[in-house]
Ligand binder design. Structure first.
Ligand code: SPV
Ligand code: MG
Length: 431
């Protein structure tokens, strides 16, 4: 008997999936692949149920003979193990980044004479509703908050992109690319003090207060599902920080990063060009400990950011602080540098990892941007934050567009370089 294989990444079965199975049955024994969780995160979205629950769900569909786990979104493991006579897939993967996977599958099938069967993709109100329901579940505070820790455990490195509005949140949420036949996307969002301030035309000196920052977070929470890390600046007074920890935790934010500076905070990328004062180990440790006592869930992370390299206090000081802040309860360490050369960051990571194998390390490679995610991961980094690139990308284009309209006394000249209005409308989901 011939084998018809199809791969699912879904947590809910709707009529589209039933239609695929009905069609697969015509070709032989039906084997369904449950795409592994790490691959599903890259391919589609974070699952709301475990792989065991997925397997049980797929097994319960009438007509399914066997369920296996598919480890590679490019189908190589399945093809090698199973040699399915037919691979069944919806025809929606003919366009967009998924088309690269389709091409790979066609090549694989050609190697042994298998056949690709494409079924018209079912997209109707019921399917749309099922999809929305999954998204809503993922956006719930209790699910969203714990996801950062889950990702740290699951991924070689967690990739976080800056968001400072609903729109930039949507870019972090929805951007999917294809590389070497694999899809990829960002894991979470960084609400940067620099970009949140810049977007309001304000300097990055803790002038934009927590109430305003929470408004930004709320706008992002409303339209996304991915985990959020807040740049909490210095955390303010420990007596205030504890209240903010509760608020952030309740809203579904996964982590706050606070930096060991006191007084008028200036952006770290100024380094020693401006006056900035580092907090004492004792004071900052007490602030972390107070935050940890205020926290009500184990999911929420309080990450300590060390400014010793920024303020040229040396590696020894940075490591000493990392140890002290971890002992005070920090759930992670962010180490920052404004050097172009990543060697001091690598040195810190290697030294810290020699002392501590587990505490997550976070880096923000704005200046040392030649280092790749793979290299950072090799040196023990768990989270990489792209902290300001979206704002820096948008600003020059907005200025030159404004200049062109002003020069030409009309908007015709700029129109061909703008996103079509119908596309911008489609970017936003309607209920
Ligand atoms: C931010 O994004 O606001 C940060 C990172 O704190 S940096 O600007 O590099 O200091
Ligand atoms: Mg900041």
């Amino acid at each position: 008997m011939k084998t018809a294989y199809t791969c699912f990444t879904t947590d809910i079965i709707h009529e589209g999936h039933l239609n695929i199975i009905e069609n697969a049955k015509k070709y032989g024994r039906v084997v369904v692949g449950a795409l592994s969780i790490p691959e599903s995160i890259r391919y589609n979205r974070f699952p709301t149920i475990s792989i065991e629950e997925r397997i049980a769900l797929y097994k319960s569909i009438p007509g399914v003979d066997e369920v296996i786990v598919q480890e590679d979104m490019g189908y190589r493991d399945v093809v090698e193990k199973l040699h399915p006579d037919y691979i069944i897939h919806g025809d929606n993967w003919k366009t967009g980044p998924e088309s690269a996977i389709r091409k790979k599958v066609e090549e694989l099938l050609k190697e042994y004479g298998g056949e690709l069967i494409e079924i018209p993709y079912t997209y109707n109100e019921e399917v749309k509703k099922a999809d929305r329901r999954l998204q809503e579940k993922l956006a719930m505070p209790e699910y969203r908050r714990e996801r950062l820790r889950q990702l740290i455990d699951m991924q070689p490195i967690v990739k976080v992109m800056e968001a400072h509005s609903g729109l930039t949140g949507l870019i972090c949420e929805k951007t999917v690319v294809e590389r070497d036949g694999r899809l990829d996307q960002f894991d979470g969002m960084w609400v940067s003090s620099l970009c949140d301030s810049t977007d309001r035309g304000k300097p990055d000196i803790e002038l934009v207060d927590m109430t305003s920052r929470l408004r930004t977070i709320d706008d992002i929470l409303e339209v996304t599902t991915k985990p959020i890390i807040l740049d909490g600046d210095t955390g303010g007074l420990a007596e205030h920080f504890v209240y903010n920890v509760r608020t952030l935790e309740r809203s579904g934010v996964s982590a706050v990063i606070i930096e060991d500076k006191v007084g008028l905070k200036k952006n770290s990328l100024f380094g020693t060009e401006v006056k900035q004062t580092q907090d004492s180990i004792e004071n900052f440790s007490a602030k972390i400990a107070a935050g940890k006592r205020a926290r009500l869930t184990d999911d929420f992370m309080i990450i300590a950011r060390i400014e010793s390299l920024i303020l040229e206090q040396g590696m020894k000081d940075a490591i000493e602080r990392a140890e002290a802040f971890t002992a005070a309860g920090a759930d992670g360490i962010m180490i920052h540098s404004r050097k172009k050369d990543p060697s001091e960051i690598i040195e810190f990571c290697d030294s810290f990892r020699a002392l501590d194998k587990r505490t997550p390390i976070v880096v923000v490679p704005t200046s040392f941007n030649s280092i790749t995610e793979e290299e950072l991961s090799e040196h023990g980094v768990n989270i990489v934050i792209y902290a300001n690139q979206l704002v820096r990308a948008a600003f020059p284009v907005m200025v030159s567009t404004a200049e062109e309209i002003l020069k030409n006394h009309r908007a015709l000249e700029v129109d061909s370089s703008l996103m079509p209005f119908k596309d911008i409308i489609r970017l936003i989901d309607e209920l």
